[in-house]
Design a binder for this molecule. Structure first.
Ligand SMILES: Nc1nc2c(c(=O)[nH]1)N[C@H]1C(S)=C(S)[C@@H](COP(=O)(O)O)O[C@H]1N2
Ligand SMILES: [Mo]
Length: 569
C-alpha cells in the first residue's frame, strides 16, 4: 500500500467509474433520507438553494436571461455535473490513497451538511441526508474498490509471502507460452504476469506489483450495477416519500367563496385576438414563474397561518378559514418581474381573488413611523413593500385564486400577495406566512443586499409580439402588435416606427383599469421586401414617454425601446 511508484496507472476509467457510482449512491441515499425527513434537505437541493441564495444579482440576471424558465434545471444539472467530476476524482484517489478519497468524500458531505443547516427553514434533522448519504457513498467506494482490485485488499505483505511460497513450490520451467492477461483473473494464484516468460523468472516484487493491482473487471461491473441500482432505488423512493407532502389533494378540496366584490366584466375590446399576440388574460399554465425555490413549497392550508406583527397595535394571526370568511374581491392585475429585460417574457396578467391586504393591516393597526411591510414566505424568502402603496386604496390583495382557479402551488398556494404597480420582488410574496410591519431603515428584504433596489415601482414599457423578431414574413399589409404596461398609472398611447421613420400611433385595446397591461396594434404597415427594424414606445397616463436609453434589469428594472428586426420576402 505504500510503494506508489510500482503501481500501474491503468484502469483509470474504472477508478473514475467507481467514484461516480459511489457518488450516485451518496446522492440516492441522501435523497431517500431527505424524502423521509425534509425534501429540501436533499444534498443537491440544499447545495442548489445555498447557491441561489449566494448568487449575485448580475449572475442571477444572466442566468434568467440565458436560461429563462429553465434556470433551475440548469442549476441542478450543473451541480450534478460538477459533483460527478469531483466524484470521478475521488475514485482516482481511491485507487492509490483510500484515505485521501475518504477525506474528499467527507468534505463533500460537509458542504451538503452546511448548506442544509443554513437554510432559513432547516431543522436539526436537515443534516442527515448529506451525512448519511456520504456515509453510504464511502461504504460503496470501499466495496467497489475491493471488487475491482481484489488483491489490493489482501494486502501487499500477504501477497508477497504468498508469491514467495508459490515460487519455492514450483520447479523452474522453460515454458515460453504467453499466459492470459491478468484482466479478470479471479485470484492471484491463477493470474500470471503479462508478457513472455514463466512467472518464476520475474522478481517477486515486480510480480507482487502486478498481482497487487490485478484488475477484476467482472467484480467491478457487478459492483457497479449493484451501486447504480441502490442509487436509483434510493432516489426513486426518496421522490416517492417526498410526494406524500404534496398538497395537490388539499388544493383540490378548497372551495372558492363567491367574491363579495366581483371584478367589473372585462370590456368587449380588451383582447384584439390576433394570432401570436399575448392574450389579455394569461392562462395559468402559461404564466411565467420566478422564485428562488428549487422545490416548490408545499403548504397545507389546514395548518397555514399568516402572522401580522411588528409595528402594530394588535398583532393578528389569520388561518386559511379566517381568510375565506372575509369579504373577498376580484381584480385584474398584471404581474411583472424586475428581471424582465426589454422585450422579455416575465410578465403575465390574471384575475386574482383575495382579501384586501389594507383591511387586514388596518385591523392590526399600523403604528406611526412604519413604512415597510416585510413579508416572508414559508421557505424563508423575504420581500419589502411600501406601507403607503398598500394602504392607498389600490387593489393590494392576499390572493387565494388566479383566473377562477385555486392558486396553483407554483404560484403561491394557499396564499400570496398581489400589489398592482410594483415589481414582483417587492410585492408578490408567494406562500406568504408572515408580515412584519417595520421600517426600511431597520429591515432589509431578500434581494436588497444582493444588488437590487429596496423599492421597485414598475417602469413604463412596451413589447412587440408580432411580427416576431427575426422572422421572415411575406410582403404586403402586415399587423404590428404587442402589449404595453405601466401598472397603476395606465397606458395612454403607444407609437411605432419602422426603419427610424416617423412615429405612428397604434390603436389601443380596451382595459378594465390602470393595473393591467394593454394590447395595441398598428394595422396598416405595407411591408416591402428587405430587412426592416420595428420599434415601439409607450406613454403612460401621467404623460411620461418611455426613455430610449437602455438600462439593464438590475438594480430596479429595464428601460429602453423594444425593437425587432424582420425580413420581408
Ligand atoms: N416566496 C417567494 N415569493 C416570490 C418570489 C420568491 O422568490 N419567493 N419571487 C417574486 C418575484 S421576483 C416575482 S417576479 C413574482 C413572480 O410570481 P409568479 O411566479 O407567480 O409569476 O413572485 C414573487 N414572489
Ligand atoms: Mo421578479
Amino acid at each position: 500500500m505504500n510503494d506508489n511508484k510500482t503501481r500501474p496507472r491503468g484502469q483509470a476509467w474504472a477508478a473514475a467509474l467507481i467514484g461516480v457510482v459511489a457518488g450516485a449512491v451518496a446522492l440516492g441515499i441522501g435523497q431517500l433520507v431527505a424524502g423521509l425527513i425534509d425534501p429540501k434537505a436533499s444534498p443537491v437541493i440544499a447545495v442548489g438553494d445555498a447557491a441561489v441564495d449566494r448568487t449575485p444579482a448580475a449572475l442571477k440576471e444572466w442566468a434568467i436571461s440565458t436560461f429563462g424558465a429553465n434556470d433551475k434545471l440548469v442549476l441542478i444539472s450543473g451541480i450534478v455535473v460538477v459533483l460527478a467530476l469531483i466524484a470521478a476524482g475521488i475514485g482516482l484517489l481511491a485507487r492509490d490513497r483510500m484515505g485521501f478519497a475518504m477525506a474528499g468524500l467527507a468534505v463533500l458531505g460537509l458542504v451538503g451538511v452546511l448548506a442544509a443547516m443554513t437554510r432559513p427553514d432547516s431543522g436539526p434533522l436537515s443534516v442527515l441526508p448529506s451525512a448519511l448519504g456520504v456515509a453510504a457513498g464511502a461504504w460503496a467506494l470501499r466495496i467497489l474498490a475491493r471488487r475491482a482490485w481484489p488483491a489490493v485488499e489482501r494486502g501487499y505483505e500477504d501477497l508477497r509471502a504468498h508469491l514467495e511460497a508459490e515460487d519455492e513450490a514450483r520447479p523452474p520451467a522453460g515454458d515460453d507460452s504467453v499466459p492470459a492477461a491478468a484482466d479478470g483473473a479471479a485470484s492471484a494464484a491463477e493470474a500470471a504476469p503479462a508478457g513472455g516468460g514463466g512467472a518464476v523468472d520475474r522478481p517477486v516484487v515486480m510480480r507482487a506489483g502486478a498481482e497487487l493491482y490485478a484488475f477484476d473487471r467482472r467484480g467491478l461491473l457487478t459492483g457497479v450495477v449493484a451501486g447504480v441500482a441502490i442509487a436509483g432505488a434510493g432516489g426513486l423512493a426518496g421522490r416517492g416519500l417526498a410526494g406524500r407532502l404534496d398538497v395537490d389533494t388539499e388544493r383540490a378540496q378548497v372551495l372558492l367563496p363567491r367574491p363579495a366584490k366581483p371584478a367589473t366584466p372585462l370590456p368587449a375590446g380588451v383582447d384584439l385576438r390576433l394570432k401570436d399576440l399575448s392574450p389579455f388574460t394569461t392562462p395559468n399554465r402559461d404564466f411565467y414563474r420566478v422564485d428562488t425555490a428549487l422545490v416548490v413549497p408545499q403548504v397545507d392550508p389546514k395548518t397555514w397561518t399568516l402572522k401580522i406583527h411588528g409595528m402594530v397595535d394588535k398583532p393578528v394571526e389569520l388561518t386559511f378559514a379566517d381568510l375565506l370568511k372575509r369579504p373577498l374581491m376580484e381584480a385584474d392585475v398584471t404581474l411583472t418581474c424586475v428581471s424582465n429585460d426589454v422585450g422579455g417574457p416575465y410578465i403575465g396578467n390574471a384575475r386574482w381573488l383575495g382579501a384586501r391586504l389594507a383591511d387586514v393591516l388596518r385591523e392590526a393597526g399600523i403604528q406611526a413611523g412604519a413604512d415597510m411591510l416585510l413579508s416572508t414566505s414559508s421557505d424563508g424568502w423575504t420581500c419589502g413593500t411600501p406601507v403607503d402603496i398598500v394602504m392607498d386604496g389600490r387593489d393590494a390583495l392576499l390572493a387565494i385564486a388566479m383566473n377562477g382557479e385555486v392558486l396553483p402551488v407554483s404560484h403561491g398556494f394557499p396564499v400570496r400577495q398581489v400589489v398592482p404597480g410594483l415589481y414582483g420582488y417587492v410585492s408578490a410574496t408567494k406562500w406568504v406566512t408572515d408580515i412584519k410591519v417595520t421600517r426600511y431603515d431597520q429591515d432589509e428584504a431578500y434581494w436588497t443586499p444582493r444588488g437590487w433596489a429596496a423599492k421597485g415601482p414598475i417602469k413604463t414599457e412596451s413589447r412587440i409580439d408580432l411580427p416576431r423578431g427575426g422572422s421572415t414574413i411575406p410582403a404586403g399589409r402586415t399587423a404590428i402588435a404587442g402589449v404595453a404596461w405601466a401598472q397603476h398609472r395606465g397606458i395612454d398611447a403607444v407609437e411605432v416606427r419602422i426603419d427610424k421613420g416617423a412615429w405612428q400611433r397604434a390603436r389601443l385595446a380596451e382595459v378594465p383599469g390602470p393595473d393591467t397591461w394593454r394590447q395595441w396594434v398598428l394595422d396598416g404597415w405595407q411591408a416591402t421586401p428587405g430587412r426592416h427594424t420595428i420599434e415601439v414606445r409607450a406613454t403612460d397616463a401621467t404623460g411620461q414617454t418611455q426613455t430610449a436609453d437602455y438600462a439593464p434589469p438590475a438594480p430596479d428594472g429595464a428601460t429602453g425601446w423594444h425593437s425587432v428586426l424582420v425580413v420581408v420576402k
